[in-house]
Design a binder for this molecule. Structure first.
Ligand SMILES: NC(=O)C1=CN([C@@H]2O[C@H](COP(=O)(O)OP(=O)(O)OC[C@H]3O[C@@H](n4cnc5c(N)ncnc54)[C@H](OP(=O)(O)O)[C@@H]3O)[C@@H](O)[C@H]2O)[C@@H](O)CC1
Ligand SMILES: [K+]
Length: 489
């Protein structure tokens, strides 16, 4: 049974289409008819009162789906106009056939003249998985005109202009109210810039037989909510792990405080903090449950490392001599470790394999780890996360809309929780804390990364019920306990 959680790339979708067409009672025409009909049903479900619709039809089979929908809408008595680029009439045999059937039935179609007819719903069937470059000229104008109209847009398969494999938006792209995907969910619609364009999402499998999916692992999957066992009645703090948070250079005390508090709310039995002496009093005032230790030289870290089960290394760490010393001592301990913030920058400058670690870069830090640039990371977030995992050996959480979690030999996961209110200072420190907390409680790096990122996003969503703008890391941390409770058997 296919779901929106199993994500496929375009090669897989094309192969699935081929396999479906090899079934005795299915051919490519059947699939396109089913796609157009499923899209028509979807339109009716979302906009049952629409009387006038405009269908933007591109040259390929995505356009073909649009012509089928237009025919159904017309047969049902709606006022329908199909608009196609004047320079790009239907080009594939299937699209030509569906356009012909629509015309034979007396349907209205016109070449784009610069303005779109007025409509209550616009159907976007310009480009689907076949988009291979940024739309330009006339097609870019059609997309801009559709976005500028006040009508909601139903996108067929992919909002036109989106790279359905990578989530990137190379130029202009449709802002859909809803996107109905065909056969299987597209990996690129779950992360990055695409998220602002897809609207709500649904999937029609076009009744492709389940056997078509045999031997086909998804390229990625949407991270499911983690499951935690209920705590034993005779539990004690020694059973729930000891986190050591390391960071807080002069002038950067807030980050390490947030990481420590988040590690406590993530369920760790004990949390120690190794930081500059000036931050200890503030830490203990804010969170007396944490144990603050003034560490002025790396050697002071040794006894603390010995007692720790996992480390949160990097929040406010800085990049000076003190920072280097703590960074090297922490990694030399071989303890499970979250490497974040300045520790990622130190790692980028002195790369080494860290198989037991969880790296939590934002796109800028990811670019430094890969020796590339932020735009390249964002152009293919899956590839970037997987490349970091391959290069450094541990688990990776590439932060940003639709955070991607990767590790060598594992199917990548993408988060469907979280919200833009979380774009504020301290959120990354809170993520480090909760992942370190799970590492300390015994989770393996990939599971700690995935479960920690999910809890962080879910707590952010709970906090955002009071509004997104102005949401603070401290507000999110206040909801971690509830998020964990939701996931506890
Ligand atoms: N997979 C399945 O199982 C099923 C798939 N189905 C449907 O088929 C869709 C895939 O169809 P598709 O392969 O014909 O590609 P599609 O997205 O229509 O575009 C290709 C055309 O656009 C052109 N073109 C590309 N980029 C451009 C640009 N920026 N600017 C201008 N032109 C550009 C490109 O031209 P070219 O690059 O050759 O110049 C080519 O002509 C899929 O998304 C789904 O809706 C369903 O019907 C049934 C089941
Ligand atoms: K489309």
């Amino acid at each position: 049974m296919q779901s929106l959680s199993a994500l496929y790339d375009n090669a897989a979708l094309r192969e699935l289409e081929k396999r479906a067409c090899a079934e005795p009672d299915i051919d490519d025409t059947t699939l396109m008819r089913r796609a157009g009909q499923a899209a028509w049903r979807c339109l009716l479900e979302h906009w049952p009162n629409a009387r006038r619709i405009v269908v933007l039809a591109g040259p390929g089979n995505n356009g073909g789906d649009g012509w089928v929908l237009a025919r159904h809408a017309r047969d049902s008595g709606l006022d329908v106009c199909v608009v196609h680029p004047s320079s790009m009439p239907p080009r594939t045999p299937l699209a030509m056939r569906m356009a012909g059937e629509y015309a034979d039935a007396g349907g209205r179609a016109e070449a784009f003249s610069g303005v779109l007819p007025v409509a209550e719903v616009i159907v976007d069937a310009l480009f689907g998985i076949g988009l291979d470059r940024a739309p330009e000229g006339e097609t870019a104008s059609m997309i801009a005109a559709a976005n500028a109209a006040s009508s909601p847009i139903l996108a067929l398969d992919v909002p036109s202009g989106i790279d359905s494999e990578r989530g990137a938006v190379p130029g202009v792209a449709i802002f859909a109210a809803h996107t109905i995907q065909f056969i299987a969910a597209h990996i690129g619609l779950a992360t990055g810039a695409a998220l602002d364009h897809v609207g709500s999402r649904s999937l029609s499998t076009l009744d492709a037989p389940a056997a078509c999916f045999d031997g086909f692992a998804p390229k990625a999957e949407v991270a499911a909510s983690p499951r935690f066992p209920r705590r034993a009645r005779d539990s004690h703090k020694g059973r729930h792990g000891h986190v050591l948070a390391i960071g807080g250079e002069h002038g950067y005390g807030g980050a390490i405080l947030i990481a420590a508090e988040s590690a406590l709310r993530g369920g760790a039995g004990l949390v120690s903090v190794a930081t500059r002496a000036e931050h200890v009093a503030a830490l203990l005032t804010r969170r007396p449950e944490a144990m603050g230790h003034a560490v002025e030289v790396a050697v002071d870290l040794q006894p603390l490392l010995e007692h720790a089960d996992a480390l949160a290394l990097g929040p406010g760490l800085g990049r000076g001599e003190w920072s280097h010393g703590l960074f090297e001592a922490a990694l030399a301990s071989g303890k499970p470790c979250v490497v974040d913030a300045d520790a990622l920058n130190l790692l980028a400058a002195a790369p080494r394999p860290l198989p037991g670690a969880v790296l939590t870069p934002h796109p800028g830090e990811a670019a430094r780890l890969l020796g590339s640039d932020t735009a390249s990371v964002q152009r293919d977030r899956y590839a970037a996360a997987e490349a970091i995992a391959a290069r450094y050996g541990g688990a990776v959480v590439l932060k940003g809309a639709g955070s991607v979690i990767a590790a060598p030999g594992r199917t990548s996961r993408v988060l469907a929780v979280g919200n833009p209110g979380m774009a504020s200072g301290g959120m990354g420190d809170a993520l480090s804390g909760v992942i370190a907390s799970l590492l300390a409680q015994g989770a393996a790096p990939f599971e700690a990364a995935s479960a920690g990122a999910w809890l962080h996003g879910r707590a952010g969503d709970l906090a955002a019920r009071d509004g997104e703008a102005g949401l603070l890391a401290g507000d999110l941390i206040g909801h971690l306990r509830a998020a964990i409770a939701e996931c506890t058997a």
